[in-house]
Design a protein around this ligand. Structure first.
Ligand code: G3I
Length: 374
């Protein structure tokens, strides 16, 4: 696909996105009162009869995985759910630069080792999340990079992580969230790396990663690409432009991670925008992985059944669009159980945006994912 066609597609997606955002009726913002967590019945293991998401995905030649926090591995029900439903684990925090090297020269691999060992003992793949992310650079490294502008400090971090876990990690989120249209750098975020090294930091990161893991799948991982606002349309276009540049320079990138943090407060999904994005990524010969699927609710005060139905329907709508493409090789949720969801800390209250509730009861979202694979 030549550049003109590629960008025409994305530009069209941008335009359609902008129009549909005007047509979208905003969901009413009810004044959310802190909703009491469902009664804390003793955690139960997922019902033995609950169909496995891992099996449902594998039956269609794809994989299903999820993010995990090391501490949750102490919980028997969590371990049972992970081995039943998931073929791959993503460390939600433990592999990030600020997690493994909070102090210069001192490494804290304990939590990541625990996740890697659990994955190895249970035949689960690992996702490497994430090598470079503007939100997880420890203070000492940010200062060193800003002062010296020497890539060796970044390359050294990448080497440290990849040589320790390299042969156990199938996919690496090499650069996380490099897009920010509002920063005026041709759509790229003005992060620590951009300020120290310029826009080429992205391809340098991929060449560094390729040096240490030539056979692993290497990705850019990005959010804010699902809805019809002009801003999300700009994000889609900026991502495609970046990918086109990297491909034109034969940078060793293999796939794109679409985080898919869905959000019921954002109005309707932009079907044309999502479809055009996945189509154009595939047109560059790149695979797609859905990397952090969850759903932020618009209201947590509706009846539970209605809340779960809204979450499940949004999940199914999104997956029905992206799973039309064989280039979409995997779907990962950002956790399995609402109790561990990052959205709780974001919303200050329970959010029912993952496949299982706090008592490991499979919710309609679980069935929505399973049926989307069928
Ligand atoms: O700081 C403590 C540390 O001292 C302790 O040892 C550790 C025990 O697990 O917990 C640490 O607490 C927090 C950690 O989550 C717990 O897992 C960190 O302070 C907190 O910053 C961290 O937040 C994570 C966040 O990324 C920042 O790394 C969230 O769990 C995680 O859900 C979120 O995930 C991001 C993706 O990486 C990228 N896409 C967006 C997504 C949501 O923001």
């Amino acid at each position: 696909m030549d550049r003109r066609t590629l960008l025409t597609g994305a530009t069209a997606a941008l335009a359609i996105g902008a129009m549909s955002s005007c047509a979208t009726t905003k969901r009413s913002q009810t004044a959310d009162l802190p909703a009491a967590l469902p009664s804390a019945a003793p955690p139960r293991e997922p019902g033995k009869t609950t169909p496995s998401l891992r099996a449902a995905a594998a039956a269609r030649g794809r994989y299903f995985g999820t993010a995990v926090q090391a501490a949750s591995l102490s919980d028997r029900a969590t371990r049972a759910a992970l081995t039943r439903d998931s073929a791959s684990l993503t460390p939600e925090w433990a592999m990030k630069w600020d997690a493994i090297a909070p102090v210069q020269g001192q490494y804290a691999f304990g939590e990541m080792d625990r996740i890697a060992d659990f994955a190895g003992q249970n035949g689960l793949a690992l996702r490497g999340h994430t090598l470079l992310w503007h939100k997880s650079v420890p203070g000492w490294a940010a200062s060193l990079i800003a002062r010296t502008r020497e890539w060796t400090h970044v390359d050294g971090h990448i080497e440290k992580v990849m040589t320790r876990y390299g042969n156990r990690v199938r996919e690496w989120d090499v650069v996380n969230e490099p897009i920010e249209p509002n920063d005026g750098n041709g759509g790229l975020r003005n992060n620590q790396f951009m300020r120290a090294f310029g826009p080429d930091y992205i391809e340098w990161a991929f060449w560094s990663a390729h040096k240490f893991a030539p056979n692993a799948r290497k990705l850019i991982n990005e959010y804010g690409l699902e809805y019809g606002s002009a801003y999300e349309g700009q994000r889609r276009l900026a991502l495609l432009r970046l990918l086109e540049k990297l491909r034109s320079r034969n940078v060793p990138i293999d796939a794109v991670g679409l985080q898919a943090h869905l959000d019921l407060r954002k109005g309707a999904l932009d079907r044309n925008g999502i479809y055009g994005l996945v189509r154009d990524i595939g047109g560059m010969g790149l695979k797609v992985v859905i990397t952090e699927l969850d759903v932020a609710e618009a209201s947590t005060t509706l009846p539970l059944e209605q809340r779960d139905r809204l979450v499940a329907d949004e999940t199914r709508r999104y997956l029905d669009i992206v799973l039309e493409f064989r280039s979409v090789i995997g779907v990962n949720t950002w956790g399995l159980n609402d109790d561990y969801s990052w959205l709780r800390s974001q919303r200050g209250r329970a959010n029912r945006g993952l496949p299982y509730d706090a008592n490991w009861q499979a919710k309609p979202m679980h069935e929505a994912i399973r049926r989307a694979f069928a």
